[in-house]
Write a protein that binds this ligand. Structure first.
Ligand code: SOE
Length: 380
C-alpha cells in the first residue's frame, strides 16, 4: 500500500499512533505538535523527517494521504475540517468533536469530499473483543438480554491530579463519560449490533475543587513540584447510566476516574439467552465464557482457537500477550486497507465518523438526563 500519514499531536496518544503506523510500515511524512519546540523534539526523538509549523502547512503537503488527529478535544473539529477540505482522509481521536453540530458537520463534509473518516474507538480491536463480537454474531450466547460493566481509572484520584480534560473549554462539558464511557458504549453497541434507545443517568463531580498547575500537564503524568492554584470543577468524575438498547437488551454502565487502584478497567459482561461473555481490559488476553449447562470456560487468546473472522486480529500466536498498543495497529490495518481498496461505498468494519457522532449524541443526552433527573429517548 502506498498511503502516507501525518500526525497532529505528539503526546501520550500521538506517540501510540506513530508506533502503530511504524509497525504497519506506513510512512509518516511529518508531525505537528502543540508548539515549535515540542514538534521539533518529537521529530528528533522519533526520527520523523518533517516538523510542520501549522495545520495549513500540513494540509498543503501533497504527499500526505491520511491525517491522524491526536490533540485535545476542542481542536478535533477545526483540524479535521482543514484536513478534509485539503482532500485528506482522517483518523481522529475520540470524541470526534465537542458537540453534535460539529460531529454532524464532519460526517457531511467527509461525504461531500469523498474522504474516509474514522474515530479511535480502538478497544474494539483487542483480539478477544473481536472474538466476543464474532461469538455474539454467531449466536453463541443466544439473544443478548443484559449488559453491565464499568470503565474505572484512578489517574485523576487526587485533587492535585491535573490534565486539559478537566477544563470544559478544552475537553468538553462531559469528561469521564465522554473520555472513557464512550469507549464502553461504542464497544457494546458494536459487539451486540444494538444501539441505545433510551437512558437514565446520574453524574457527579466528586472532587469539586482541584489544584490547577501553572503549566500544561500531559495525560497520566504527575504534577508534583509544580506551582498550582485552586480551580472549581464542573465536569463528571463519576457517572452511572441505565441503558435500554434495541431488541430488548438492557443494562448499566458505571464510569469513574477517581477509583483508587483501577488503572484502566474497562470491563463488560453480556448475558444472553444461551450463555454469557465477560472481558476485562486490565487482563485482555482472556475472555470468560459463562454457561448454565456446562462448566464455565476461560478462552486464553489463541488465534488457532478463535473464530475465523476474529483470528486475523491477533498478531501473535498463543501464549504471546497482546495489549493496548496492538489495538491501534489492528484498527489502522483495517482503515488503511479500506482506503487502499478504494471502494468507499463498501461496508466499513472500523469505527466511522457516524459512530463518533452517535457517541457525542449519547453524551449530550446523558447530560440532559442527569440534569433533569429523568429517562431520555435517543432519536434520530
Ligand atoms: C485517559 O482517560 C485515556 O487516555 C483515554 O483518553 C483513552 O481513550 C483511554 O484508552 C485511556 O485513558
Amino acid at each position: 500500500m502506498n498511503l502516507r500519514a501525518a500526525v497532529i499531536g505528539a503526546g501520550f496518544v500521538g506517540r501510540a499512533h506513530i508506533e502503530a503506523l511504524r509497525r504497519l510500515a506506513i510512512p509518516i511524512q511529518g508531525v505537528l505538535g502543540s508548539s515549535v519546540a515540542r514538534t521539533q523534539e518529537a521529530c528528533r526523538s522519533l526520527g520523523i523527517p518533517r516538523a510542520y509549523q501549522s495545520i495549513e502547512e500540513l494540509a498543503s503537503d501533497g504527499s500526505v494521504d491520511v491525517v491522524h488527529i491526536c490533540t485535545p478535544n476542542h481542536l478535533h473539529f477545526p483540524e479535521t475540517e482543514s484536513a478534509l477540505r485539503a482532500g485528506k482522509h482522517v483518523m481522529c481521536e475520540k470524541p470526534l468533536a465537542m458537540n453534535t453540530q460539529e460531529t454532524a458537520a464532519l460526517v457531511d463534509l467527509a461525504e461531500i469530499q469523498e474522504r474516509v473518516g474514522a474515530v479511535t474507538y480502538n478497544l474494539r480491536y483487542y483480539p478477544l473483543c473481536q472474538e466476543a463480537h464474532a461469538l455474539v454474531q454467531q449466536g453463541a450466547i443466544g439473544e443478548p438480554r443484559i449488559v453491565h460493566g464499568t470503565y474505572l481509572q484512578d489517574w485523576l484520584f487526587y485533587p492535585s491530579d491535573w490534565n486539559w480534560r478537566l477544563e470544559p473549554e478544552l475537553g468538553g462539558e462531559m469528561r469521564a463519560v465522554a473520555d472513557i464511557g464512550t469507549h464502553w458504549l461504542d464497544l457494546i453497541s458494536w459487539i451486540t449490533g444494538r444501539k441505545v434507545k433510551e437512558l437514565c443517568a446520574d453524574l457527579a463531580t466528586v472532587i469539586p475543587v482541584r489544584q490547577r498547575p501553572s503549566g500544561p500537564v500531559e495525560t497520566f503524568k504527575k504534577t508534583d513540584n509544580i506551582a498550582t492554584e485552586p480551580a472549581p470543577m464542573s465536569t463528571d468524575d463519576y457517572g452511572s447510566i441505565l441503558l435500554h438498547f434495541e431488541g430488548g437488551l438492557r443494562g448499566v454502565l458505571t464510569v469513574s476516574q477517581v477509583s483508587a487502584g483501577r488503572k484502566n478497567r474497562m470491563w463488560f459482561e453480556i448475558d444472553g439467552t444461551e450463555g454469557s461473555l465477560a472481558f476485562d481490559q486490565e487482563n485482555p488476553n482472556v475472555l470468560w465464557i459463562g454457561s448454565r449447562r456446562e462448566a464455565n470456560r476461560w478462552l486464553i487468546k489463541d488465534p488457532s482457537l478463535m473464530s475465523p473472522q476474529a483470528r486475523g486480529y491477533a498478531a501473535y500466536p498463543a501464549g504471546h500477550a497482546e495489549g493496548y498498543p496492538d489495538t491501534f495497529v489492528q484498527l489502522f490495518k483495517d482503515l488503511y486497507g479500506y482506503i487502499a481498496a478504494g471502494d468507499f461505498q463498501a461496508q466499513r468494519s472500523f469505527p466511522t465518523f457516524e459512530a463518533g457522532h452517535e457517541e457525542v449524541k449519547l453524551c449530550e443526552l446523558i447530560a440532559v438526563s442527569a440534569r433533569e433527573r429523568r429517562w431520555v429517548e435517543v432519536t434520530g
